[in-house]
Design a protein around this ligand. Structure first.
Ligand SMILES: Nc1nc2c(ncn2[C@@H]2O[C@H](COP(=O)(O)OP(=O)(O)OP(=O)(O)O)[C@@H](O)[C@H]2O)c(=O)[nH]1
Ligand SMILES: [Mg+2]
Length: 366
């Protein structure tokens, strides 16, 4: 039996040389599922074998942003300019060797920004401490894809992130897979899907040893999306690009690069000269999609002056966690006025999702 790495290479080769058509569709789906399973196995082995200390960063503030880019594009320079941190800056690659956190206060939000060692090709396979860097990126709320005016091959960065299960600017697949203890695999489609068939889905699940499950596919997913739904370690993060060293290129060259990176809505800056930093701060804030929540103590007026800033999708339980360590344990119910309530003063539980402008009263045991 060839080892896992060899099997991965063979499967990659076979996928590459098989052209996709109606006849090969089923076979390719299987190969892709096999490849995803093999990669998971390889990953498990590596982490079991020790393989270096991970970075540990204490999360702080209302949200966390990761600076991801090749070495020397100016990540540390940006961090020093927009936060209170001091991260070493130098003209050689791999100046930053660990995670340096900084705090940016903006419009009432405390935003933690993480400066990271540069990412290079094969980082997802461990090059240049790539694994450790990527594991920090996974925990962020937003990715800032940094390039400079010379180096714009952003696809290398994206491939490394993708290879480690990070999906950028992509919605989570609208596919539910509920495991059962018996009954085989039941597949249903709620929208037409010319790409996947019941047979495809069943055999791809079998590759992951799932033989009993209810699968509901609510989008026109392809094999890759199905694999993402089956594999549990995927994260879905928003991102935008930042082009640095504006001062070293002509306006024309910058425009060209902006067009090329248009999918990532680039912001062009010169960290060293301090150009474009306001736009960068604005964009970071906007992309984090903060939700403002106003607190109303029981029987008193709401404090409409100082909102609590929570992340989009935050629940009432999440608000409790932000207020006090053990509030959630004592939580009984909450009352909500505003956009997320069906009527003013609606009683809700800890799972209720907050919306921008909500007023909340939390009722807890003493
Ligand atoms: N001209 C110019 N140089 C810059 C700018 N920003 C950073 N630099 C220079 O680029 C070099 C690398 O900057 P760093 O901030 O250390 O880059 P980094 O991305 O943190 O690099 P690593 O930590 O090695 O990954 C330094 O010599 C900086 O002075 C800029 O806006 N314009
Ligand atoms: Mg650095």
């Amino acid at each position: 039996m060839p080892n896992v790495e060899e099997q991965i290479r063979e499967t990659e080769e076979e996928i590459k040389k098989t052209t996709y058509n109606k006849k090969t569709q089923h076979h390719i789906g299987l190969l892709k599922a096999k490849l995803a399973r093999l990669r998971m196995e390889a990953e498990k082995r590596k982490s079991a074998g020790g393989g270096g200390e991970g970075y540990s960063v204490r999360k702080s503030g209302n949200a966390t942003v990761a600076l991801v880019g090749f070495p020397s594009v100016g990540k540390s320079t940006v961090l020093n300019k927009i936060t209170n941190a001091e991260s070493e800056v130098a003209a050689y690659a791999f100046t930053t060797l660990t995670v340096i956190p900084g705090l940016m206060e903006f419009k009432g939000a405390k935003i933690q920004i993480l400066d990271l060692p540069g990412l290079i090709k094969d980082a997802s396979k461990g090059k240049g401490r790539g694994r450790e860097v990527i594991s920090v990126v996974r925990t962020a709320d937003l990715v800032l894809l940094m390039v400079d005016v010379f180096e714009n091959n952003i696809s290398i960065l994206l491939n490394e992130l993708h290879g480690s299960g990070i999906r950028i600017n992509t919605a989570k697949p609208n596919i539910s897979i509920s495991r059962r203890s018996r009954g085989g695999v039941n597949v249903s489609f709620t929208v037409s899907n010319p790409r996947l068939t019941e047979r495809n889905v069943k055999s791809m699940l079998a590759e992951f040893q799932i033989y009993n499950a209810d699968v509901v596919i609510r989008e026109n997913a392809d094999e890759d999306r199905l694999i993402d739904a089956i594999t549990e370690n995927r994260v879905y993060l928003p991102a935008f690009a930042c082009i640095n060293k504006l001062d070293l290129a002509s306006a024309d060259a910058v425009e060209k690069l902006k067009k090329k990176l248009a999918d990532f809505e680039p912001v062009a800056i010169s960290a060293e000269k301090g150009t474009g930093l306001d736009e960068l701060r604005d964009r970071i804030y906007e992309k984090l999609r903060f939700v403002r929540v106003y607190m109303k103590p029981p029987g008193k007026e709401a404090d409409m002056k100082v909102p609590l800033l929570v992340k989009g999708g935050c629940t009432v339980g999440g608000v409790c966690d932000m207020l006090h360590r053990d509030l959630k344990k004592r939580f009984r119910y909450a009352l909500i006025w505003g956009p997320s309530s069906r009527f003013p003063g609606q009683t809700v539980g800890a799972e209720h999702v907050m919306e921008d402008g909500d007023i909340i009263t939390i009722v807890a045991r003493r």
